[in-house]
Design a protein around this ligand. Structure first.
Ligand code: PLP
Length: 285
């Protein structure tokens, strides 16, 4: 089946979808992105993802190319054209194409917008959640504005690759104080021996995950105990459970950290319950 992408005003066959070589995303990583889960052909938490997109654009002073409503129409059209029932939709906005120069381009240069969508394998994702994943820890060597969802992801790319090369699925960044910040593309959580959920506050040191935000609602509704604070790697090794959250992965149990089994090396009941409750609390549109 043919795939389609939206590129700067046009829906194109995937093989014909291209951006200019002087696009600032390509040359400087000067852009932002969002990824939404698609379920039953509907977007999960579109409103929150587009609000975070606006935050990223505002912080980088990239002009918003269109209203969230217009963007929503394009997202849905790309999902429909690619016949995605379960999968994700990706959008990227850069500061546009202009002669290479570090300073911002002239004001008449429009931002570039690209949207793609692809199906994912639900059964495979469920199997992964049922077995749990291994993570490794790596030093957090990112800049101090990782609350902005920029396409400049080199530390995350290297961290993920290090994880894969060590037989793990995700890398957890650890700051200079030994405190876990987040994963290469996920937020990090533990459940302590006392049954308290712990995750780092969403300051500038992590991306405010949309899955994380919705999960806070689930936790509140279920009356679970929660502490929004940093946790150390040592605490994580000793935790009853650990898990990561991200759109399309929802809640994914972590059963090994740096080769040490967590909670007996099996997905725990808290993570499993939160995963199954998540979509009752997420918005669908
Ligand atoms: N942290 C980082 C660094 C990410 O890249 C992501 C997702 O891409 C997340 C956390 C999870 O965010 P969300 O739940 O919005 O997918």
């Amino acid at each position: 089946m043919s795939r389609y992408a939206y590129v700067n005003g046009r829906y194109l066959r995937f093989c014909d979808a291209k951006v200019h070589i002087e696009d600032r995303g390509y040359q400087f990583g000067d852009g932002v992105y969002e990824v939404c889960e698609v379920r039953g052909g509907r977007l999960i938490d579109e409103r929150r993802h587009l609000a975070r997109l606006q935050h990223s654009l505002d912080e980088l002073r990239i002009r918003t190319p269109m209203t969230p409503r217009a963007l929503g129409v394009i997202l849905r059209e790309v999902v429909a054209r690619n016949r995605v029932s379960y999968g994700n939709v990706y959008l990227q906005i850069t500061r546009g194409a202009s002669r290479r120069d570090h300073g911002f381009p002239p004001p008449d240069v429009p931002a570039s917008l690209v949207v793609t969508a692809r199906p994912l394998n639900l059964a495979r994702n469920e199997a992964l959640a049922a077995s749990g994943i291994a993570v490794i820890s790596v030093p957090d060597n990112r800049w101090d504005r990782v609350d902005i969802k920029t396409i400049g992801l080199l530390p995350n790319v290297l961290a993920r690759q290090a994880a894969l090369e060590r037989g793990a699925r995700e890398a957890w960044f650890v700051d200079k104080g030994g405190v876990v910040t987040e994963g290469a593309s996920t937020n990090a959580w533990i459940v302590t021996a006392a049954g308290t959920l712990v995750t780092r506050p969403a300051d500038h040191g992590i991306l405010r995950g949309i899955t994380r935000t919705v999960l806070l609602d689930v936790i509140k509704a279920k009356g679970l105990s929660l502490e929004e604070r940093g946790f150390t790697l040592q605490e994580a090794y000793a935790a009853n459970e650990a898990f990561v959250t991200a759109a399309t992965q929802v809640v994914l149990p972590v059963v090994r950290i740096d080769g040490r089994a967590i909670g007996g090396g099996k997905p725990g009941p808290v993570a499993t319950a939160l995963r199954s409750e998540f979509h009752r609390f997420a918005e669908q549109s």
